[in-house]
Design a binder for this molecule. Structure first.
Ligand SMILES: [Zn+2]
Length: 271
C-alpha cells in the first residue's frame, strides 16, 4: 500500500506534536521524542477514499451543474489533453472554509495543513435518518459515541454518517426536493455543534449530505455557528460506512486557492 518508509514518515509527522508535548511534560531532552516514537510506532493498513467522483451530473445544493469541462487541447490534434474547468466552489466532495459564513474568517489557503490531518470520529445516525430525512445529529448522539469510544480526540473531525452517501446516484433522493422545492436530508443540530465548540476541541465537521445544516434549514444555524468559530466543514463525504467509528485518521487534500471560500477536496481515511 505504501513505499518503504512512507507510513513511518507520516505517522512521525502526525505524532510529533503529541510526543513533543509529552517530552516537555516529562522533562526529557530533544532526542527523546525519536526514542518514544520508536517504542510505539503507529501504522495504518489501508486507505479508504471518502471522495465522490465529481461530474456535471453530480447533485448540487443549487440544482445546477457543479462543473463544466471544456476540452481545449486534444491528444490526437494537439499532442496532449487538457480541459478548462468552470466549477462551483461548493460542489461535489468539498470543504467549507471559515470565510464561507463569516465576514473575516480565514479562506481556504490559510487553513493550517496540520488541521487537515485529523482523527476521525464517525457518528452513525443512518438508522434514524432512514426513518426521518430531516434528522438532526443531537447532543445525545455525540454522548452515545463517547460512551462507546471515549472522549472525542483533540483536533478531530466529527462526521455524520446518515447513509445519504449511497443515494448520490439518485439526485431526487439525495436532495430530497419536495413539491414546494424544499430540500430534505439530515444534518447536524445546532445544539450539538455549539456543544462541540464549547466543550471539545474539534477541527472540523463532516457530512455525507449536501450541507452541514439539514436540507430544509432556512437559517443555516450550524454554518453560522461553526464556520465563524474558525473551524472547517466537509460536505458530500463518501464511504463513511466503510470506516470504523473511531481510530481512523482523516486526510483532506484541499485545493489551495487564494481567497477561496472552500473548494474541491480529495478526502481519505487511513485505517
Ligand atoms: Zn459547502
Amino acid at each position: 500500500m505504501c513505499v518503504p518508509g512512507c507510513q513511518e514518515a507520516l505517522w512521525h509527522a502526525l505524532s510529533r506534536r503529541r510526543l513533543l508535548k509529552g517530552a516537555v511534560a516529562a522533562g526529557l531532552s530533544a532526542a527523546a521524542p525519536e526514542a518514544a516514537h520508536a517504542a510505539s510506532p503507529r501504522r495504518f493498513s489501508s486507505v479508504v477514499d471518502l471522495t465522490h467522483t465529481m461530474s456535471p451530473g453530480f447533485p448540487t445544493y443549487f440544482g445546477v451543474s457543479g462543473i463544466e469541462m471544456e476540452k481545449k487541447f486534444d491528444f490526437k490534434k494537439d499532442g496532449f489533453n487538457l480541459y478548462w474547468w468552470r466549477i462551483i466552489e461548493h460542489a461535489g466532495t468539498h470543504l467549507d472554509a471559515p470565510i464561507h459564513f463569516s465576514e473575516n474568517g480565514i479562506s481556504a489557503e490559510k487553513i493550517p495543513a496540520s488541521t487537515l490531518v485529523a482523527p476521525l470520529a464517525v457518528i452513525d445516525v443512518a438508522a434514524m435518518a432512514a426513518q426521518n430525512a430531516d434528522y438532526l445529529v443531537s447532543r445525545e448522539d455525540l454522548a452515545g459515541w463517547e460512551k462507546k469510544h471515549g472522549k472525542l480526540p483533540e483536533n478531530c473531525c466529527v462526521a455524520m454518517h446518515s447513509g445519504w452517501g449511497q443515494h448520490v446516484g439518485d439526485p431526487p433522493k439525495f436532495t430530497g426536493k419536495d413539491a414546494a422545492g424544499v430540500l430534505h436530508f439530515p444534518g447536524f443540530g445546532v445544539d450539538a455543534a455549539e456543544w462541540l465548540i464549547k466543550e471539545r476541541k474539534v477541527a472540523g465537521l463532516a457530512v455525507d449530505t449536501l450541507s452541514l445544516d439539514h436540507g430544509s434549514s432556512k437559517d443555516f444555524k450550524v454554518h453560522y455557528a461553526w464556520l465563524p468559530s474558525g473551524r472547517w466543514g466537509l460536505e458530500n463525504v463518501a464511504n463513511l460506512d466503510k470506516v470504523p467509528a473511531s481510530r481512523a485518521t482523516l486526510v483532506v487534500g484541499l485545493a489551495k486557492v487564494e481567497g477561496a471560500t472552500g473548494g474541491p477536496a480529495r478526502v481519505m481515511a487511513l485505517v
